[in-house]
Design a protein around this ligand. Structure first.
Ligand code: PBG
Ligand code: ZN
Length: 292
């Protein structure tokens, strides 16, 4: 979401994916509902970025205003908000930086995350989805939301999130490429399967309502293992790099796009995903509606 009325910029790295202003997003929700899609996840791009990500912390920031406006126009749309700071900070990291260590200050970022969660809650969001992978984020958010009176607001945790090159196109589209350093101090090592399970189970203990594996396609073994070890619903995030690769292969005529797309979706279900977050959602809905 962005402030000016427009919808088509930076779609070269993710064809058919657009930044939208709030009025365009409201029209888009009408289109989604026609296809049978009643849930969305929002990412914001503010007018101004600064070192703490202030736009994400005030009631007139882009996401707060979007939640209110979309809810007013579409009360039956289930709105999830991505809760992080990387799109809002000028340095592009997922929280406040600790200048001495050149990495994110976990504890200050936790406190700011509670403030961000309450901004979203006040605006009327249906579920928050913290994506920054800070230590202790789920317990901190649960406590903060409960104390503020939002005991029934669910949390979908990006519980197993790998430090992945598959996020490349998103960082271009969302203008959130870190200006220096990387996210390896807070995202996970792709080689570590035990930690992948441990991180998700810890979030379950801390009070998450839904767990997630991200990226999806290269990590389906992890999806299956977590599914076998939790009672919570499990989401997969079919990320920007996965989307872009398939899209480009389809455009070049290398594969039968629709069939590969559906095989990919089926692989998520087969490995145990209950929820699929995907930039292909509209295409998948169209294909499913055709086959009815
Ligand atoms: C930020 C965030 C990222 C995505 C969603 N929220 C990536 C990142 O760590 O840069 C990636 C989404 C995608 O690649 O589709 N916390
Ligand atoms: Zn982030």
């Amino acid at each position: 979401l962005r402030r000016q009325r427009q919808m088509c910029i930076r779609d070269r790295s993710m064809p058919d994916v657009f930044q939208m202003s709030i009025d365009v997003a409201i029209e888009e929700c009408g289109e989604l509902k026609k296809l049978g899609i009643y849930s969305i996840i929002l990412f914001g791009i503010p007018q101004l970025k600064d070192s703490v990500g202030s736009d994400a912390l005030c009631d007139h920031g882009i996401i707060a205003r979007a939640i209110k406006a979309i809810k007013a126009a579409h009360p039956d749309m289930f709105i999830v908000s991505d809760l992080c700071f990387c799109e809002y900070t000028d340095h592009g990291h997922c929280g406040v930086m600790n200048p001495k260590e050149q990495s994110v200050d976990n504890d200050i970022t936790l406190q700011n995350s509670v403030a961000q969660a309450i901004v979203h809650a006040k605006a009327g969001v249906d579920m928050i989805a913290p994506s920054g992978m800070m230590d202790g984020i789920i317990a901190t958010l649960r406590k903060g939301l409960d104390e503020a009176g939002y005991v029934n607001l669910p949390i979908m945790s990006y519980s197993t999130k790998f430090a992945s090159a598959y996020y490349g196109p998103f960082r271009d589209v969302a203008e959130s490429m870190p200006s220096y350093g990387d996210r390896k101090s807070y995202q996970m090592n792709p080689a570590n399967a035990k930690e992948a399970l441990y991180e998700s189970l810890t979030d379950e203990e801390e009070g998450a309502d839904i767990l997630m594996v991200k990226p999806a396609l290269a990590y389906l073994d992890v999806v299956k293992t977590i599914k076998e070890n939790t009672h919570l619903p499990l989401a997969v995030y079919n990320v920007s790099g996965e989307y872009a690769m398939l899209k480009m292969a389809g455009k070049m005529g290398l594969v039968d796009y629709d069939r590969v797309l559906m095989e990919t979706m089926i692989s998520f279900k087969r490995s145990g995903a209950d929820i699929i977050i995907s930039y292909h959602a509209k295409e998948v809905a169209r294909l499913l509606n055709q086959s009815l």
